[in-house]
Design a protein around this ligand. Structure first.
Ligand code: ZN
Length: 496
């Protein structure tokens, strides 16, 4: 029997969460619909909403409720909810309201400055905003007691329990095996043909990707997909908003970014709707979120079994465009490996090198080894060393990603962490579900989704990142599974 105090706490958490979902919707609208001249008005709207949210989430009546519940015997579900409510309440009450409002205004302004800077490939236009974001990121960490290691605070916010040192350990182990593997694949005389990706009408692309994402299990009665500059997935279990983008000469970009966002969307839709607003209805963190998107995008949708079913459908949708293209050509194009300066256009093999680059730069920005003004040059030098190329202009280098404009530092490592965890979950699922890939060849993905629902999605925040991985796979997070997967998929294709 739930105590009145527990019910009262949950009600307060849910009210704040519902208002938070409105803020999320406004953020989605800003990237999908907002007219270019309306940014200032939106910044004002967001600032007021952020202030109201802060007031609800930091309501003084929450503290005595938490204290009372912490001294009471609770069920394990209640313990999870109270533990996370305490963590979040402490985080929010230590941030002054004026700081929160200022940050919300900055986020909106910095986003528009970044978009303009990227269009003109002019870093100096964005630099003052990045400087300010970095300053506020350090201040925020200090408010929360991280005076010395601000970067760790931001990493922990995205992946509970992770630190800069832990990530450095995983990345250096990964780098050791990955760089030679990338070289081996790039040195292969076998190159993917992508010249046939010309004139794929946007409307047909859109209906093909709707079919694919529906088949994977995305529920369009409580979610949608729209067009934005940068693909993302927002919302929650009750209303999940995905975005993609279309190019007539690059149909795989919209398809795979949609499948990726569908992986995020399936996780959100798999969280318990009735637990919305509490930790039991929320994702663990970004690393686990990314493991879901990567698993569906890479292990599933770039695999032979997936295409056994979908290739005929693709040919039906684009008969003239794919005339004379063999199945082998198509499969190699889907698994093309090339060096690209743009992270989001990179294949899953070289992608991780882009993340290691960003992690190195963020680490140096926070330790003040690197100044914002020197960032474009540092990017170019380090890109040459780690990724293996130098971007020609800042729009293809330091200005390519939206994250820093929103003050999202410590976020990039989650992508690579997600790749590692995704591969680790994949091998666990293959063992648990015999002949899984023969289902895929029939267009049936339900067994995998069900397994993810009951092993990952249904738990909400019950376990931290590392704990959940250990519980499901029986092992600590390790780059070994990702390396194994990349070798098994790419060496037969390129170095057969
Ligand atoms: Zn993602």
């Amino acid at each position: 029997m739930m105590s009145p105090s527990y019910q009262s706490l949950v009600k307060k958490l849910q009210r704040a969460n519902t208002l938070g979902s409105v803020i999320g919707l406004m953020g989605w609208d800003e990237q999908v619909n907002l007219p270019s001249g309306s940014g200032k008005r939106r910044a004002e709207q967001m600032a007021i909403l952020a202030e109201l949210y802060h007031n609800l989430a930091t309501d003084a009546s929450i503290e005595p409720l938490l204290q009372e519940l912490e001294a009471t015997e609770l069920t394990s579900d209640e313990q999870v909810v109270v533990r996370h409510a305490r963590k979040e309440y402490d985080r929010l009450t230590k941030l002054p309201a004026a700081f929160v409002t200022e940050k919300a205004v900055l986020e909106s302004q910095a986003y528009h400055a970044w978009a303009e800077a990227r269009e003109k490939s002019d870093f100096t236009h964005f630099a003052p905003y990045l400087e300010k974001q970095l300053k506020m990121a350090n201040e925020e960490a200090a408010f929360l007691g991280y005076q010395q290691n601000a970067y760790d605070y931001h990493i922990d916010r995205h992946d509970p329990g992770m630190t800069s040192a832990a990530i450095e350990g995983l990345f250096s182990e990964l780098k050791k095996d990955l760089i030679p593997l990338v070289r081996q694949i790039l040195d292969s005389p076998i190159k993917a043909r992508i010249d046939f990706f010309k004139g794929f009408p946007v409307e047909s692309q859109e209906s093909f990707l709707k079919e694919v994402t529906t088949r994977l299990g995305f529920d369009y009665t409580r979610g949608r997909i729209d067009v934005a500059l940068h693909p993302f997935c927002a919302g929650d279990a009750a209303d999940t908003r995905m975005t993609t983008r279309f190019h007539e000469d690059n149909p795989l970009d919209s398809l795979f970014s949609s499948v990726h966002e569908t992986g995020h969307g399936l996780y959100e839709q798999g969280l318990l709707v009735e637990a919305l607003g509490t930790a039991l209805g929320e994702a663990v963190g970004m690393g686990i979120h990314e493991s879901q998107s990567r698993l569906w995008e890479n292990q599933v949708a770039r695999g032979k079994a997936f295409w056994k079913y979908h290739e005929p459908k693709l040919r039906e949708s684009f008969p003239s465009q794919l005339e004379g293209v063999t199945s082998d050509d198509l499969y190699l194009a889907i698994n093309a490996v090339t060096l690209n300066p743009i992270r989001v256009d990179s294949d899953e093999v070289t992608y991780n090198l882009h993340i290691i680059l960003r992690f190195e730069l963020e680490k140096r920005l926070f330790s003040q080894e690197l100044k914002v003004a020197d960032l474009p040059n540092a990017w170019k030098e380090l890109s040459k060393e780690i990724v293996g190329l130098t971007p020609e202009k800042d729009a293809e280098g330091v200005l390519q990603d939206v994250h820093w404009s929103g003050g999202a530092f410590g976020y990039f490592p989650s992508y690579c962490l997600g790749n590692m965890i995704g591969a680790q979950l994949w091998y666990t699922a293959l063992e648990a579900l015999p002949n899984l890939e023969s289902d895929f060849a029939q267009g049936d993905f339900s067994r995998l989704l069900k397994w993810l629902r009951s092993n990952i999605h249904c738990h909400g925040k019950r376990y931290d990142t590392g704990e959940l991985v250990k519980k499901v796979t029986g092992a600590e997070i390790s780059p070994a599974y990702l390396i194994r997967y990349l070798k098994e998929r790419y060496l037969p294709l390129y170095c057969g």
